[in-house]
Ligand binder design. Structure first.
Ligand SMILES: Nc1ncnc2c1ncn2[C@@H]1O[C@H](COP(=O)(O)OP(=O)(O)OP(=O)(O)O)[C@@H](O)[C@H]1O
Length: 247
């Protein structure tokens, strides 16, 4: 499933976090979004799922619906104090099929248990989500994505605060999604990991620094340019005139 950004600008109180980005994500393959802190990576994902409205430009899902997208937010954005069991949380991945108040049914329950087995947490099904470690919780969120069976998978820093073994297991799922020709887009901070597992990279610092094959994009010059761009940022980006120029 191809996703295209057309001159996309997304701002907070008119200060752009994503500024005039255009390009196409590789269809049925994995792309990393890479860049310094504050580069607009999370903002871009939120615009892609429709949680933020662009100031200008658009996200073209190529005829697909938002419900074809599975999204993993940063853990810090999830309220884990909710009185919900692991199995119930994984079951919410079937929301688009069951409706907000519908039960997941016997088949849905079986799929959720199968997904928990796949991430190695079947024994944790009835535990409250509040009782999980960060790494276990991340496995549960990946199980939720498995039951969603989405064509487009967006992951925001999926391996943050996750140990080496869990990272390796979850990267195995990314490899499986690539074999299944799903489009995977992940915000990452580890260039070695990107080079090894994500064939394509969008390197950004509010704007596109480079976008293409990871081996080409992640060269020293480009990485330096991204860091230099960030080093000259003011606390807020200048207001955007939306015609391509800063106002
Ligand atoms: N809700 C918000 N209100 C105002 N400004 C925001 C908001 N969320 C993000 N920003 C600002 O937008 C810019 C981009 O933030 P964003 O979180 O998208 O960056 P990022 O590349 O994901 O950063 P990091 O690598 O640190 O997670 C930052 O300057 C940030 O302070």
């Amino acid at each position: 499933m191809s996703i295209i950004l057309n001159n996309l600008t997304v701002s907070y109180q008119r200060h752009p976090a994503v500024h005039h980005i255009s390009g196409r994500f590789a269809d049925g393959d994995a792309t990393a979004i890479f860049g310094p802190n504050g580069a607009g990576k999370s903002t871009l994902l939120k615009a892609m799922i429709g949680a933020l409205t662009p100031d200008s430009g658009s996200v073209d899902l190529n005829g697909h619906r938002r419900s074809d997208i599975a999204y993993l937010p940063q853990q810090a954005e999830i309220d884990r104090s909710m009185p919900v069991s692991v199995l119930e949380l994984v079951g919410t991945g079937l929301w688009h099929k069951s409706g907000p108040f519908g039960g997941v049914g016997r088949d849905g329950m079986a799929r959720a248990i199968e997904a928990l087995e796949q991430v190695g947490l079947a024994d944790f099904a009835l535990r409250p989500i509040a009782a999980l470690s960060s790494g276990q919780f991340q496995r549960v969120l990946f199980a939720r994505i498995l039951v969603q069976d989405a064509k487009l998978i967006l992951l925001d820093e999926p391996f943050n605060a996750v140990d080496a073994k869990t990272t390796e297991d979850l990267l195995g799922l990314v490899a499986q999604w690539r074999r299944e020709k799903r489009t995977v887009i992940a915000v990452l901070h580890d260039a070695l990991q990107v080079r090894a597992h994500f064939p394509h990279t969008l390197l950004m610092a509010r704007e596109v620094i480079a976008w293409g094959d990871s081996a080409t994009v992640l060269n020293d010059d480009n990485l330096r340019r991204a860091v230099d761009t960030a080093a000259h940022w003011q606390s807020q980006a200048p207001v955007c005139g939306l015609d391509g120029a800063r106002a």
